[in-house]
Each structure stands twice: as C-alpha cells, then as structure tokens.
Design a protein around this ligand. Structure first.
Ligand code: GTB
Length: 214
C-alpha cells in the first residue's frame, strides 16, 4: 500500500528542505517506498479534517491503510522498522541506532529550536540581548559534544542508519544561522548525508512543491 504524507503547500523555508516532511521523504526514498503527498495550507492544517489525524494541526503526518501517524520521529521509526535498510539487524546495534534518533530529536533539535525561536519570536523582548548568548552557548556546548563523539567517523555508529538520517536532518536546521560552518566535522557529516541519492531525491521532491513543478 502506498502511504500518504502531508507537507506544506507553501513552505516558509522557500524550498530549502528544512520542514519536517523532508526527513520522511528521505526515509521513504532510502527504503525505496513510493509515496503520495497531500499538500496543506496553514489554514487547512487547523481544520477538523486534519486535526483528526494530527492533534496539533501540523505536518508531517503519515497514512497507510488504517494506520495514521504524526510526529516525524515516530514516522521515520515506523518506516525504518517496516523495511530493510535503515536499522541494523543486530539487536544491540538496532537499539543504538534508535537511541541516536532520540538523541537527535531530544538532545540536539531542542537547543537548535530554542535558538531559532529566540531569534524569530523574542527579538523585541527587553531581555533578548541578555538571553541570546546563553541560548547560543547551550547549543554550541551540545554541538561540541556531538562533534567530539563523531570524530572522524563517517556515521554516528557504524553504517548509515535512521539515527544518522535524523541527526543530519536536525543539523540541517542550523544552516540559516551560519553555526554549522563553525563545526567542520559536523559540516562534513551533514554533507555526506546530503550527498546520498535518497536525500537528493527527497530534497528535489520538496523543492518541486515550492517551484510549482509538482
Ligand atoms: N514534533 C513534530 C514533528 O517532529 O513532527 C513537530 C512538527 C512541526 O513542527 N511541524 C511544523 C508545522 O506544521 C512544520 S516543520 N508548523 C505549522 C504549525 O505549527 O502551525 C517545522 C518547520 C517550519 C518552518 C521551517 N522553515 O521555514 O525553515 C522549518 C521547520
């Protein structure tokens, strides 16, 4: 059965692939699963029809027969568990790959979001200038730790896995800030992810929505 995912009809990132449907498209491309996309406006995301499948009125979602999922982490995990290619066969290695997915979402994406939220929503607050360096420091401390752990390895734990797919997807969100460039090992890691043919196809598919060619 071909799953259907949801994505922005007009992504605010203007086709840079930063919205969270890209990680779902990437996972589907990695495992060779075709998919359909339902594009939604911001208004449509808050309508009852979409709220019935996503309690917070957001994208992405994933529908496959009777199965309806939201949360990009849960969706990528489901795809990785349903097809070979994104999780190792060895039980311990598999558990570690899933750990890296959680690490990406809980320990790395959160400080990245904190910084972008501060810059977008808190700029006019009287405490903005005082808080920003604290938010940046928390993020940079975490990136230092991640870069140290990655070292010169190609991927975070052996062969490319859903853990890398999620970590690269999360790190890509740093691009607009210029912070990623301060971390050569992480930049190279992200570039390796972006070079994967499956990522390229996923990126092209979301860009085609923005350019109106799909
Ligand atoms: N935890 C959820 C998940 O992982 O799936 C978070 C889902 C989420 O934040 N979805 C966003 C959304 O639907 C789109 S991806 N927002 C609309 C709303 O809440 O009303 C977040 C996103 C948006 C825009 C950019 N950008 O412009 O660069 C990047 C990422």
């Amino acid at each position: 059965m071909i799953p259907t995912i949801t994505a922005f009809k007009q992504s605010p990132d203007r086709g840079r692939g930063l919205a969270r449907d890209t990680r779902i498209r990437w996972a589907l491309e990695e495992v060779g699963q075709a998919y359909d996309v339902r594009l939604l406006t911001f208004a449509e995301m808050k309508e009852p029809a979409h709220l019935a499948i996503h309690p917070f009125g957001q994208i992405p979602t994933y529908e496959e027969g009777d199965l309806v999922l939201f949360e990009s982490g849960a969706i990528v995990l489901h795809i990785a568990e349903s097809h070979p290619g994104l999780l190792p066969a060895d039980a311990n290695a598999r558990a570690r790959a899933i750990t890296w997915m959680f690490a990406a979402l809980n320990s790395v994406e959160l400080p990245i979001l904190d910084l972008s939220t501060a810059k977008i929503l808190e700029r006019d607050a009287p405490w903005y200038e005082a808080r920003l360096p604290l938010v940046e420091k928390r993020l940079c401390d975490r990136l230092d730790q991640l870069a140290a752990r990655l070292g010169d390895s190609e991927w975070v734990d052996g062969a490319f896995s859903a853990g890398d797919l999620m970590m690269v997807s999360v790190l890509l969100r740093l691009r607009p800030s210029g912070i990623l460039e301060r971390y050569p090992k992480l930049s190279a890691y992200v570039a390796r992810g972006e070079a994967r043919p499956a990522y390229q196809r996923a990126f092209a598919a979301q860009l085609a929505v923005f350019t109106g060619t799909k």
